[in-house]
Design a protein around this ligand. Structure first.
Ligand code: ZN
Length: 331
């Protein structure tokens, strides 16, 4: 996933040179630092620190001494801070290298992300470049569903703007000595795609649906996966509370006083609910198993909160009866 912990590396800062530094200045700075931090000169407890330093210095030099790599790195702009959490423009070069750990001898995740596809280690500088497995980046996006769609399952068609590496420059944004005109130097094209997904019944807020190979493209490799993170749009009647649902149940004053059977809406359709005698406002009635599907396979409940309301219009006889009621219990 793109979301692994990648920290921005300020290669200019590591070598202690300006962004405008010439090749010569970079080389000279590198040589000085490489001599200074040579692990052999730092025995004992300082050795690990020196190895860490030299690894960063080597990596910085690897990028800044290589014209193509330096250009690509410079494209990120000058506003990045060393150690800042970094995620590249989506599918920056169509190639993504999985490197869960920054082990000794390897390059940083940041380097792998930018220049993935080659890898060699400290102490192995003469060794051949090994091709890394090529695979497009995994992409995550949100899919908004109604509560009913998520509960019952649905087939959804949606449009998605996918970033794909520019074919003209291979995603580098550079052609020859200038910016690629096809993509304006961004290295990518945005392509709208229409996708259809089957949402399984019982889908919940926050759950993820994976669409294999519908993620970032990889030239000459397999595309990454697309993850759809489910969001539920607010519902006019039901409120989701964990596995349970809550809703209001409107009853007339005499139904609340004497008890009644009243129709109530559930996600499975209408049911008749027994309102017990002397039901006060705010009392909750529980309908077992009328909530949402639980992970363990069970079902949550639906809680109906009693709201006592008058019908839109009262008949003259009803008004007369209320008058009598008010005389029994004057306020
Ligand atoms: Zn291009």
């Amino acid at each position: 996933m793109i979301r692994m912990g990648v920290k921005f590396q300020d290669y200019y800062e590591i070598l202690g040179v300006k962004r405008e530094a010439t090749e010569k200045e970079i080389k000279s700075a590198y040589r000085k630092l490489a001599r200074k931090w040579h692990p052999d000169l730092h025995p004992g407890e300082k050795k690990a620190e020196a190895e860490e330093k030299i690894k960063k210095i080597n990596e910085a030099y690897e990028v800044l001494s290589d014209q193509e790599k330096r250009k690509k790195y410079d494209r990120l702009g000058a506003n990045w801070q060393s150690g800042q959490d970094f995620s590249p423009p989506p599918d920056m070069d169509g190639v993504h290298y999985y490197s869960p750990a920054e082990g000794m001898g390897g390059f940083s995740n940041f380097f792998e992300m930018l220049f993935g596809g080659m890898q060699h280690g400290f102490g192995d500088k003469q060794g051949p470049f090994r091709a890394a497995p090529r695979r497009g980046a995994d992409v995550e996006t949100e899919l908004v569903l109604t509560l009913e769609e998520a509960y019952q399952g649905a087939e959804k068609t949606f449009r998605l703007d996918m970033q794909a590496a520019c074919q003209q420059c291979g995603g580098s944004g550079i052609r020859g000595q200038s910016f690629c005109s096809a993509c304006g130097g961004t290295g990518q094209h945005s392509t709208p795609r229409t996708l259809t997904v089957k949402v399984p019944p019982g889908t919940r807020e926050g759950s993820k649906i994976r669409l294999r190979n519908q993620g970032g493209a990889a030239p000459g490799g397999q595309a990454g996966d697309l993850y759809l993170k489910i969001r539920l749009s607010p519902h006019a009647y039901f409120t989701v509370k964990g596995d349970d649902l809550e809703a209001e149940l409107s009853v007339a004053p005499w139904q609340a006083a004497l008890g009644a059977k009243v129709p109530a809406r559930t996600l499975d359709g209408s049911v008749a609910v027994t309102v017990p005698p002397h039901s006060t406002a705010g009392k909750k009635l529980r309908l077992r198993g009328k909530g949402l599907s639980q992970k363990e396979g069970g079902l949550g409940d639906l809680y109906l909160k009693i709201v006592i309301d008058l019908p839109g219009q009262l008949l003259p006889e009803e008004i007369e009866l209320y008058r009598q009621l008010s005389q029994i219990r004057p306020s």
